[in-house]
Structures are given as C-alpha cells and as structure tokens.
Design a protein around this ligand. Structure first.
Ligand code: ADP
Length: 248
C-alpha cells in the first residue's frame, strides 16, 4: 500500500432498488493503510455500500475507483476478489471438520485447485506465511484443532486469517466483533489495528463502544449518503450526528 493515496474512491454513487434509492450522491474516499469505520442508523446504506465495494450490488450511477485508476463499478465479485478486495460477512463460515491450519492452507492464493492445495505439501515459504497468519490471529496454539471446536470469536479470527491468505489490499468487514465476549472484542480491535499496518480496512459497525475504542476516522451515513466524516472526537461532538444517529 502507498500511504497518502486513495485506495478507493467512490464518486456520485447511486444504488436503486426498484425505484428506492438506497444510496444517492455518495462520495467517499479511503486512503491506503486506513482503518475506516462506517457507522449510521439502521437503513442508512452501510451494507449496501459494502456490497457495492465488493461487487455484489451494482450502482445505477457513479463510479467506484480502486487504486487510483481502475473503475470497478461493473466488476463481478470474483474479479474484485482477484484484484485484491476481500469481503467478510458477519456469520463465520469456516470448514468445521478441517483443522485451523488446513482452513488457512485452503485459503492460500494460488493457481492450483483447492483439493491439490490440501494434499500437496506446502512450500516452506507458504508455511512461513501460514505461521505468520496463525500468530497474527492468535491461534498458533490451535493450529491442529478442528475449526468446529473453536469459540465464536476464534472462528471469526480464523475467517479473517483466511481472508488475509488471499492477500487482499482492501478488507471489507461487517461487524467483526458481533456476538463476542469483552475480551474477544478487545482482541479483535487489536487485530484490526495490526492488519491496518499493511492493509486497508473498512468496517461496518453498530457497536458504538467498539467504534469509540478503536476508530480513528469515521464516516457517518444517513439516508443513503455521507452525513459527516472525521475523527471520533469530531463525530461525537457533531450536533447533526447526535440528532440523526445518537438520538439526542
Ligand atoms: P444499513 O446497513 O445501514 O442498515 P442497508 O444498506 O442494509 O442499511 O439498507 C439501506 C436501505 O436499502 C434500507 O432502507 C433497506 O431497506 C434498503 N434495501 C437494502 N437492500 C435492499 C434490496 N435488496 N431491495 C430493496 N431494498 C433494499
């Protein structure tokens, strides 16, 4: 990632669901290496924006530009994954009967098929990458455990690790700490900060405690467009945000 450059630029975005504009006149930019939180009341358009950025939903107007030059607004999900945009949905989806290590090995970016990935020996360079990811997600002691035996939080970290094995430049996460215990939530926030040393992350989050604790820059959506953007302090002291979002 190149610090100081936009990894993603959204311009004049509009998403139309049968005449209902879920997003409208939405401009949004994120610099490489940021950990950006997207917040806003229910129905504000957060999920739809994430869906557009991963190619699941197509805009009716506007552009989404990746890495300064690639207009990705018409790309399919698998093309965006290939290009370096990884999306994690809220519910963990790991291979429960495989071990943690196998789950990571299967997710490794490679040209070989999935089965051969599992059967073939991993190279030492691949093993190093796997071990590094295992450590990063805090599951080094659970490498041989079946993924199905992990706690909810551990499964979520494993899935983030699986996403990282694809080496995305931009990670899109939907409520990564949902349903976690306090200590798991804390670890998740630390994990996001560690990841953002090398990759850009956009997180949709409802848990305001989590946002207060871990966010630096926050974008507030309201009625399908950006209401405010700034540091957590700016956002918390903004009257308009308080009015529409915090219900003060
Ligand atoms: P948020 O994630 O901020 O809660 P969403 O992006 O899920 O908001 O939804 C934004 C608006 O678009 C909501 O009013 C929602 O009802 C509507 N919406 C979302 N998906 C669809 C869809 N597939 N068809 C019709 N309306 C939708």
């Amino acid at each position: 990632p190149l610090p100081g450059r936009d990894i993603l630029r959204v311009e004049g975005l509009e998403v139309d669901f049968d005449g209902f504009k879920a997003l409208r006149s939405l401009d949004f930019r994120v610099q490489a290496g940021e950990l950006r939180f997207l917040i806003g009341p229910n129905g504000a358009g957060k999920t739809t924006l994430l869906d557009v950025m991963c190619g699941k939903v197509k805009p009716s107007h506007g552009r989404v530009v990746f890495k300064d030059s690639i207009d990705i607004s018409k790309f399919q999900e698998h093309q965006l994954a290939e290009l370096g945009i990884g999306r994690k949905f809220q519910a963990p989806s790991v291979f429960t009967t495989l071990t943690v290590f196998e789950n990571l090995a299967l997710s490794m970016k490679q040209k070989r098929g999935l089965l051969s990935a599992l059967w073939a020996k991993t190279t030492s360079e691949q093993r190093d990458r796997l071990l590094h990811r295992l450590e990063m997600i805090g599951l080094q002691d659970k490498a041989a455990a079946r993924a199905g035996s992990l706690s909810h939080g551990e499964k979520q970290w494993l899935e983030i690790g699986m996403l990282l094995m694809q080496e995305p430049d931009l990670l899109l996460l939907d409520e990564p700490a949902a349903g976690m215990t306090d200590s798991e939530t804390e670890k998740t926030g630390e994990l996001l900060h560690a990841i953002s040393n090398n990759q850009t992350i956009i997180v949709v989050e409802h848990d305001m405690e989590f946002v207060r604790r871990f966010a630096k820059t926050v974008t507030v959506l309201h009625e399908g467009t950006v209401l405010r953007e700034g540091t957590m302090e700016d956002i918390q002291s903004d009257d308009k945000v308080a009015e529409v979002y915090l219900g003060r």
